[in-house]
Write a protein that binds this ligand. Structure first.
Ligand SMILES: NC(=O)c1ccc[n+]([C@@H]2O[C@H](COP(=O)([O-])OP(=O)(O)OC[C@H]3O[C@@H](n4cnc5c(N)ncnc54)[C@H](OP(=O)(O)O)[C@@H]3O)[C@@H](O)[C@H]2O)c1
Length: 439
C-alpha cells in the first residue's frame, strides 16, 4: 500500500474537519484508495494545541508545505485571495498536487492558476456548495451532456436569512442577527448578503459547465439586503417563494449569468430548500433535469468534499510509493476546459427577459392603477396579476403589487423611471425578478 503525504494550510473550521475525517475514517479511506494517508505538516498563523494534528509537524511558514519532499498534496484551507493564490501557484510549481476549498481565489485567479491545460493536479470540489459533489457531477457524471442551465441556492447564510424572514415574519436585520448568533453568518457577513460569495461560486460553475473562463466580472450580482418581509408575504400570495439564486442559462443570444433574489413557484424543487441547505439544479440534453441538494457549509460537510478530492487524486496516481510525483495524479485533477468557448457571450442584465414583481406605494385615488398600467404599457410591458392592499400605518396610500408578463429588463428599467416620476407613486418601486420557465 502506498503512502500519501499531506500538508495542510490553515487550522480553522474546514482543516479541523479534514483532520477529523482522516482520523476516524483511516481504515475506510485505506480500503477505498489503497493508500495510507499521513499528515506530514500543518501550517497556520495561530497554533491550536487542543487540535489533534495526527503527528504532523506544525509551523507558521506556508513555504514549509511545498518545500517538504514528504508532502505529496497541499491542501489550501486558509481562504481569501492572497496569499492563497501564491501558495497554490508555488505548490503546483513545486510538483505538488493541490486541493483547495477557496472559491474567492478561483473566481478571480482561476485562469491564471489553472492555466490553459485541460488537466492539472488540482481539485476544488469544496469550493462550491460544500458537501454536495456538484463539480464532480458536472465534470464527470454529466460529461456526455450539453448543459443548458445551472441554477441553485449556493449561499446557505442568505437562504437561512430568507427562510427566517418568511417563517418568523422578521426583518432582514433581525434574521441576520439570528444567523450570526447561531454561527451561520460570519462577523462580517458582507459577501454572503451582497451576493459576492454566490457570484464566486457561480463563476466556477460557469467555467466548468459551459467551458468558459473564470470571469467573475461577467456575473451580474444583487444581494438580499433590500428584501422585506412584506415582499416575501406578497410573493406567497402570488404562489411564489423568494430565494437568492445563482443562475446560468443558455438562451438564443448567449449566456445569462446572474445572482439575485428570484420569485420561484412554490411547487418548484428549489423553492423547497430551506435554511442553510444548498441545492443546484442542472438541465442538460440527455440527462434532463437533475437536482443536487445538501449541506453547503460546515466543517465536517466541507471536509467531506476535500477528502473526496484527496481520494480522487490518489486513485489517479498520487502517492510516494513506488514513484513520487503529483504528475501521476494529474489525470485525476478536476476537468478544466482545454478550449474556452469564447463564442458564448454573457448577456448584460439589460438584455435578460422574464417576468417581474413590482411593489409600490401609490395614492389611494381612482384611476391610479390605470395610470401605472399605462406607464408599463408605454414600454411594452403588460400586467399578469395585481394585489392592492391598504398600506400599514397609512390612510391615503395603498400598496400596489403586480406581476408582469415576460419583458426585457431594459424596458422594465425605463418603465421604473417613468413610475418614479409619477406624483401618485411614493418612494422607490421594489423590483424582483421572476423565475423564467425551465430554469
Ligand atoms: N467554513 C465553511 O463552512 C466552508 C465551506 C466551504 C468552503 N469554505 C472555504 O474553506 C476555506 C477555509 O475556511 P474556514 O471556514 O476553515 O476558515 P477559518 O475557520 O477562518 O480558518 C482559516 C485558517 O487559516 C489560517 N490562516 C488564514 N490566513 C493565513 C495565512 N496567511 N497564513 C497562515 N494561516 C492562515 C487561520 O489562522 P487564524 O486561526 O490565525 O485565523 C485559520 O486557522 C475558505 O476558502 C472558505 O471559503 C469554508
Amino acid at each position: 500500500m502506498k503512502t500519501v503525504g499531506i500538508g495542510i494550510a490553515g487550522l480553522g473550521t474546514v482543516s479541523q474537519g479534514v483532520l477529523n475525517i482522516l482520523k476516524v475514517q483511516q481504515a475506510l479511506l485505506a480500503k477505498r484508495s489503497n493508500a495510507r494517508y499521513e499528515v506530514v505538516r500543518v501550517v497556520s498563523r495561530t497554533a491550536k494545541p487542543d487540535v489533534d494534528l495526527l503527528g504532523a509537524e506544525f509551523s507558521h511558514r506556508l513555504e514549509d508545505l511545498y518545500e517538504d519532499p514528504q508532502v505529496d498534496v497541499v491542501m489550501e484551507l486558509i481562504g481569501g485571495e492572497s496569499p492563497a493564490d501564491q501558495l497554490i501557484a508555488d505548490a503546483l510549481a513545486a510538483g505538488k498536487a493541490v486541493i483547495t476549498a477557496n472559491k474567492a481565489v478561483l473566481a478571480v485567479k482561476g485562469d491564471q492558476l489553472l492555466g490553459k491545460q485541460s488537466v492539472q493536479p488540482i481539485r476544488f470540489e469544496a469550493a462550491v456548495a460544500g458537501a454536495i459533489p456538484i463539480l464532480q457531477a458536472i465534470t464527470a457524471g454529466l460529461a456526455g451532456n450539453a448543459i443548458h442551465a445551472v441554477s441553485g441556492i449556493i449561499n446557505g447564510t442568505a437562504n437561512y436569512i430568507l427562510t427566517a424572514m418568511e417563517q418568523d415574519g422578521v426583518s432582514f436585520g433581525e434574521a441576520l442577527a439570528a444567523a450570526q448568533k447561531l454561527g451561520y453568518a460570519e462577523a462580517d457577513p458582507t459577501f454572503d448578503v451582497d451576493g459576492t460569495d454566490a457570484a464566486h461560486k457561480l463563476t466556477i460553475l460557469m467555467a466548468l459547465a459551459f467551458d468558459m473562463s473564470f470571469a467573475l466580472d461577467q456575473i451580474y450580482k444583487e444581494g438580499i439586503e433590500s428584501l422585506t418581509a412584506e415582499d416575501i408575504a406578497f410573493a406567497a400570495e402570488f404562489g411564489f417563494r423568494i430565494k437568492h439564486i445563482g443562475m446560468l442559462r443558455r438562451v438564443a443570444t448567449g449566456l445569462e449569468a446572474r445572482v439575485h433574489p428570484l420569485l420561484i413557484p412554490q411547487s418548484d424543487l428549489l423553492a423547497q430548500v430551506d435554511g442553510v441547505q444548498n441545492a443546484v439544479q442542472v438541465s442538460s440534453d440527455s440527462a434532463g433535469t437533475t437536482l443536487f441538494s445538501g449541506p453547503g457549509a460546515g466543517g465536517a460537510a466541507t471536509a467531506s468534499a476535500v477528502i473526496a478530492d484527496l481520494v480522487a487524486l490518489t486513485r489517479g496516481g498520487l502517492g510516494t510509493n513506488p514513484t513520487s510525483t503529483a504528475h501521476n495524479a494529474a489525470s485525476s485533477g478536476m476537468y478544466v476546459p482545454l478550449e474556452r468557448a469564447n463564442d458564448l457571450a454573457v448577456l448584460p442584465i439589460d438584455e435578460v427577459y422574464g417576468g417581474y414583481y413590482l411593489r409600490m406605494l401609490v395614492a389611494d385615488q381612482p384611476g391610479v392603477i390605470a395610470k401605472v398600467a399605462q406607464a408599463l404599457s408605454n414600454h411594452g410591458i403588460s400586467i399578469d396579476k395585481v394585489i392592492q392592499r391598504p398600506a400599514a400605518g397609512r390612510t391615503e396610500q395603498v400598496d400596489l403589487v403586480l406581476l408582469t408578463h415576460d419583458a426585457l429588463e431594459r424596458d422594465v428599467n425605463l418603465a421604473l423611471t417613468e413610475l418614479h416620476g409619477m406624483f401618485e407613486v411614493s418612494g422607490e418601486v421594489s423590483r424582483i425578478r421572476v423565475a423564467p420557465v425551465n430554469t
